[in-house]
Design a binder for this molecule. Structure first.
Ligand code: ATP
Length: 211
């Protein structure tokens, strides 16, 4: 059985925090592949600054040396709004119906009630909420009652009636965000330590995030 993970994001741009926590997610659950899923039209936020193609290209450059991380354009090639549920169902089909793993930061998990059919997503993935500095997580308090009622606590994880699990994973605390990088770049500051050398070169060549 191939164990597939999904790590979605706007990646505007992809930074060292994304890469480090995605690697830690893969290692913690012995995943064969983590699909770095580039979001097309994020439903809950401002439109990204860089184009979908530039964000995908940056993700491809950032993961090229990794044996486990893989850039995915599934959400970019799909027409219409990109719902997590559609992505999960597409990836599950590729995984021959096995449950897939999905990671997201505490800030993203806090918005779960605004997702399209969150209950259907939770029933189909082992969801891993990654710790992120400044975003404390309360797994059950973030869910509406009809969803928290589907879970039973066993050890450090909650188990859904479907067999899917929900847990937090303590990852390296890296206080870095794409918005911090965009603001720093716009102000003419250095972002060298925050993105890979290949991504930095791409940003410079394309003139992204500049004044
Ligand atoms: P922005 O600052 O534009 O909101 P971001 O840095 O949060 O961007 P996203 O592409 O929105 O980046 O994030 C993709 C996923 O990565 C989300 O689930 C987010 O919670 C998670 N994530 C981003 N940075 C970190 C970090 N430093 N530690 C843990 N999780 C992170």
């Amino acid at each position: 059985m191939v164990k597939i993970g999904i790590f979605g994001g706007t990646f505007d741009p992809i930074h060292i925090g994304h890469l480090r926590v995605a690697e830690e997610f893969a290692a913690a659950f012995d995943l064969d592949t983590v699909l770095m899923m580039v979001a097309a039209t994020p439903p809950h936020r401002e439109p990204p600054v860089a184009s979908p193609l530039d964000r995908l290209n940056m993700v491809q450059l950032a993961v090229q040396g990794s044996p486990v991380l893989e850039a995915s354009d599934i959400e970019l090639v799909r027409q219409g709004p990109s719902f997590t549920l559609d992505t999960v169902e597409d990836v599950r089909r590729a995984a021959k119906g096995d449950l897939v793993w999905m990671a997201l930061g505490g800030d993203a998990y806090a918005l779960i009630q605004s997702w399209h059919r969150p209950g259907d997503v939770l029933a189909q993935v082992h969801l891993v909420v990654l710790t992120r500095p400044g975003y404390p997580v309360d797994l059950m308090a973030s869910l509406p009652e009809e969803l928290s009622g589907c879970y039973t606590l066993k050890g450090d994880s909650y188990f859904h009636d479907s067999g899917a699990s929900l847990r937090t994973l303590q990852v390296s605390p890296l206080d870095v965000s794409s918005s911090m990088i965009r603001e720093t770049a716009l102000a003419g500051g250095s972002i060298e330590e925050l993105v890979t050398a290949e991504v930095l070169q791409y940003i410079r060549e394309k003139g992204l995030y500049g004044p």
